[in-house]
Design a protein around this ligand. Structure first.
Ligand SMILES: Nc1ncnc2c1ncn2[C@@H]1O[C@H](COP(=O)(O)OP(=O)(O)OP(=O)(O)O)[C@@H](O)[C@H]1O
Ligand SMILES: [Mg+2]
Length: 260
């Protein structure tokens, strides 16, 4: 079976800045691929390639086994690749249900008599959210009144409702407290259990570890490591993230210099 997404030795330059080089990973249906790395590591650059915002300069990007080069985010979306950005691009004063549809609201009548079907819109939103265990008192309330975690959950439910095959989340837990981060991770796991391939970007190994099936560690644009979950435990992942191996190598060198 082909992976939903696969990148092979992908590279990307912004002018003279090498943002990404020789990065490879896969995203399978029903699995979570987690991309970890410090600020400026290239995480957002990688997902922007997957999402059709940028194009790679080197290597290959395959969707369900076929090489692609998306010209726009719309093309990626048409292939079922939905991306939830950190700022979410929601309209804060608009109701939850209008944000849920954002331009694809159900209508009644046709031609010049077409009108928003508010009742249906509200019901569909409530149902889609309830299916994910999200119980909002009122889907008429402005989305701006929701907590950061609830907003992330609405965005995830939206992607699932509109038939996404791949869900990309750029640091969904970065601005959240412990409890809210836990709730968002629960929905990430739900999306996975529904058979979506998920790409989760974070720089917190504690958020990544429980839900991920594989880890891609980036550092200054290059892959520092790529592991299946069975190959690495949380302490080792944390150590790698903290640059533990480099520190040890440095210590070792210093000791050898002393000894000679
Ligand atoms: N549009 C751009 N033009 C020029 N350089 C860019 C552009 N976007 C990103 N870069 C550079 O590419 C590198 C990788 O950036 P990227 O945003 O992918 O990092 P990141 O891992 O997402 O970091 P963060 O954790 O801070 O979000 C950085 O050095 C950044 O300055
Ligand atoms: Mg980023």
């Amino acid at each position: 079976m082909n992976a939903l997404l696969e990148v092979k030795d992908v590279g990307k330059r912004y002018g003279t800045v090498v943002a990404l080089r020789d990065v490879s990973t896969v995203v399978n249906a029903g699995e979570v691929t987690c991309v970890l790395g410090d600020n400026g590591a290239g995480k957002s650059t990688l997902i922007k390639i997957l999402a059709g915002v940028h194009q790679h300069d080197e290597g290959e990007f395959l969707v369900e086994g076929a090489p692609v080069r998306f010209a726009s985010p719309r093309e990626a979306l048409d292939r079922g690749i939905a991306t939830v950005y950190q700022d979410l691009a929601v309209v804060p004063l608009m109701s939850v249900w209008r944000n849920f549809f954002l331009g694809s609201e159900p209508t009644v009548g046709f031609g010049p008599f077409r009108a928003l079907d508010r009742r249906k819109g509200r019901e569909l939103t409530k149902k889609a959210l309830a299916e994910m265990g999200i119980d909002l008192r009122d889907v008429e309330q402005p989305v701006g009144t929701l907590s950061g975690g609830e907003r992330q959950c609405v965005a995830i439910a939206r992607a699932i409702h509109f038939g996404a095959k791949v869900l990309i989340l750029d640091e969904p837990t970065a601005a959240l407290g412990v409890k809210q981060a836990g709730v968002v991770l629960k929905y990430v796991a739900q999306a996975r259990d529904r058979g979506l391939g998920v790409v989760l970007i974070t720089h917190n190994p504690h958020h990544a570890y429980p839900v991920a099936d594989r880890f891609l560690l980036l550092k200054r644009g290059a892959a520092l490591g790529s592991y299946e979950k069975t190959e690495i435990d949380l302490p080792e992942l944390t150590r790698q993230m903290a640059g533990g191996a480099e520190l040890e190598a440095l210590e070792h060198e210093l000791r050898q210099a002393e000894a000679s």
